[in-house]
Design a binder for this molecule. Structure first.
Ligand code: ZN
Length: 183
């Protein structure tokens, strides 16, 4: 952040009085620009013994498969946001939503929330952020082409839970893992 969105003044990073961490503060109007974590909301749409996945048409992880998910918008609930993203990415309507997985990812200041839900009438299409979409059984899922570890973990947990017919909610922190050395 370089300029104040309130007055156009210059911005400096310093600790405001009474605070305990650096904030972006306007040198002219003293406005404090707080930057807080972002919430990503998504669905795990289920139809019969299959789940709905989307092949990403955008970076990062272009061409890899994921659950429909995206940034929560202002003025909506997490449940509404997850359903909206499912419509946008897979042209699918969902119902019977149950919170299933929450992932805290502090090193990138993000929170992921996935809802288990029913894919209404088994109907879906392809939204502009997807190359294609498909219903997959556990055996059919392209496990080596899943875009993100949190998606893979959510899918694996779902199929395990389905065998038990119990779907407990889990909240999990994802800690930064150093990438393997390449020399
Ligand atoms: Zn300002």
């Amino acid at each position: 952040m370089k300029f104040c969105s309130e007055c156009g003044g210059s911005i400096e990073l310093r600790i405001p009085q009474g605070d305990d961490r650096d904030r972006y503060i306007c040198n002219d109007c003293d406005h404090i620009h707080y930057i807080n974590p972002r919430v990503i909301v998504g669905c795990l749409p289920v139809y019969e013994d299959k789940v709905l996945l989307c092949k990403r048409a955008i970076e990062p992880r272009y061409g890899f498969w994921t659950l429909p998910a995206g940034f929560m918008e202002n003025g909506e609930t997490t449940e509404e946001g997850a359903a909206r993203e499912t419509w946008e990415e897979a042209r699918a309507r969902v119902s019977n939503q149950h919170l299933y997985r929450v992932f805290d990812v502090p090193y990138i200041s993000q929170v992921y929330m996935f809802y288990r839900c029913t894919l209404d009438d088994g109907l879906f299409g392809v939204g502009p952020e997807s190359l294609e979409t498909a219903l997959y059984t556990e055996q059919e899922i392209p496990w080596d082409e899943i875009a993100f570890p949190v998606v893979r973990e959510t899918l694996e947990a779902f199929f395990d839970d389905r065998r038990r017919n119990e779907y407990p909610i889990a909240v999990k922190p994802i800690r930064f893992r150093r990438p393997p050395k390449s020399d």
